[in-house]
Design a protein around this ligand. Structure first.
Ligand code: PMP
Ligand code: GLN
Length: 391
């Protein structure tokens, strides 16, 4: 048989997260690659899911999601951001943010339409755009001092007659950048001048540090009407395996996304929805403590990586520290990521896989810090050997 996989998916292979976790398991290395916490979410929330299963919530929930969760999402948006969404028609529950992103692109982009993405971009963006037959137009985030940002002229130059949408991710995986109001205003201006839809991935909305504030794109003037706002329970409540996400947008956009979503999965798992609704209402104090603990873990990992000889960028949000491997004498992050288990017993993610222009990210390696302190300490002790090796 010829290659069975459709041509538009052939460039993607296996996701880097599965590949790197597989490498960690095979080699017994410490996994600072895939971003998932190694501690549980709030106990009472976990209990709600168990109770829901025992209580018989085991059949299909309604397609748009359980009313309880849609209501809790709408209340959360209003309380935190002053954004008002009608839980009936402007909120849609999805199977994680991943389904929300894919369904949005599939619903809103025709084949041949162009979608702007900030590279390095989360890997599923490129695949969703390819599935839709659309074309991605990258705008590069480059380091300026300790943080990554974009050149406004490059953003403007990326817009053309076929541009339909822009995918925005703040706080940003993998750079840790949290867009400022000025950066978001530039994005908003471009969207409004060219009548673009913004698909805004805010899964790390609560995980910002040093008092940096997450500003949802939809709160900027003129943006609520054209923004598909996406988040999920995975990062906020340390349950990445629950795959429970949500979309908030004006009714016409939500209805379009739901038209696609209903044929991808029809609906999302019920017990997780009940538990996420509870957590959005009752566990934001727990989330504040998580944020503080993650800020300390970030500092711990950054200090260890600097001591080991990496160039280190300071993330204002997310789970990830971006590093430059060149001070250690390496040049290719993909090659180093493959050798890191043997060199140091640690796994990380080569950032270059998140670029169209791979060469721009060749020297970056991403490390996750959503891990127990003793794991971080052991990982940096092992990584210290890299410096000794090149010394
Ligand atoms: N967007 C970004 C930026 C992510 O890092 C992730 C991974 N958690 C997702 C989307 C996917 O979220 P979920 O697990 O809820 O599908
Ligand atoms: N979001 C997580 C990361 O960036 C992992 C997602 C996944 O495994 N697909 O590491």
């Amino acid at each position: 048989m010829n290659e069975p996989l459709v041509a538009r998916m052939r460039e993607f292979g296996t996701t880097i997260f599965a590949e790197m976790t597989g490498l960690a398991v095979r080699t017994g290395s410490i996994n600072l690659g895939q971003g998932f916490p190694d501690t549980d979410g709030p106990a009472a929330m976990l209990e709600r899911a168990v109770e829901a299963i025992r209580g018989g919530l085991n059949q299909y929930p309604p397609g748009p999601g359980l009313p309880e969760l849609r209501q809790a999402v709408a209340e959360h948006r209003k309380q935190h951001y002053g954004l008002v969404y009608d839980p009936d028609g402007e909120v849609l529950v999805t199977v994680g943010a991943t389904e929300a992103l894919a369904a949005s692109v599939l619903a809103l982009c025709e084949p041949g339409d162009e979608v702007i993405v900030f590279e390095p971009y989360y890997d599923s963006y490129a695949a969703a755009i390819a599935l839709a037959g659309a074309v991605r137009r990258p705008v590069t985030l480059r380091p300026v001092g300790e943080r990554f940002t974009f050149d406004p002229a490059e953003l403007r130059a990326a817009v053309g007659p076929r541009t339909r949408a822009i995918m925005v991710n703040s706080p940003h995986n993998p750079t840790g950048t949290v867009f400022t109001r000025d950066e978001l205003s530039l994005i908003a201006a471009v969207c409004q001048e060219h009548d673009l839809i913004a698909i805004s991935d805010e899964v790390y909305e609560h995980l910002t540090f040093d008092g940096v504030e997450h500003i949802p794109l939809a709160t900027l003037p003129g943006m609520r009407e054209r923004t598909v706002m996406i988040s999920s329970a995975g990062k906020t409540f340390s349950v990445t395996g629950w795959k429970t996400g949500w979309v908030c947008a004006p009714a016409d956009l939500v209805s379009a996304v739901q038209s696609v979503k209903q044929f991808l999965t029809f609906t999302a798992g019920g017990p997780w929805q009940v538990a996420a609704a509870y957590a959005l209402r009752e566990e934001l104090g727990w989330v504040a403590a998580l944020r503080d603990s993650l800020a300390a873990k970030r500092d711990r990992l950054m200090a260890g990586l600097s001591a080991a000889g990496f160039g280190v960028y300071r993330p204002a949000g997310t789970y990830f520290v971006q590093t430059d491997i060149r001070p250690l004498g390496f040049t290719d992050g993909a090659e180093l990521a493959r050798r890191l288990p043997e060199l140091a017993g640690v796994v990380a993610v080569p950032t270059q896989v998140f670029y169209d222009r791979t060469e721009l990210g060749r020297h970056f390696l991403r490390f996750a810090f959503c891990k127990k302190d003793e794991i971080i300490d052991e990982a940096v002790a092992r990584l210290a050997r890299l410096g000794e090796r090149t010394a």
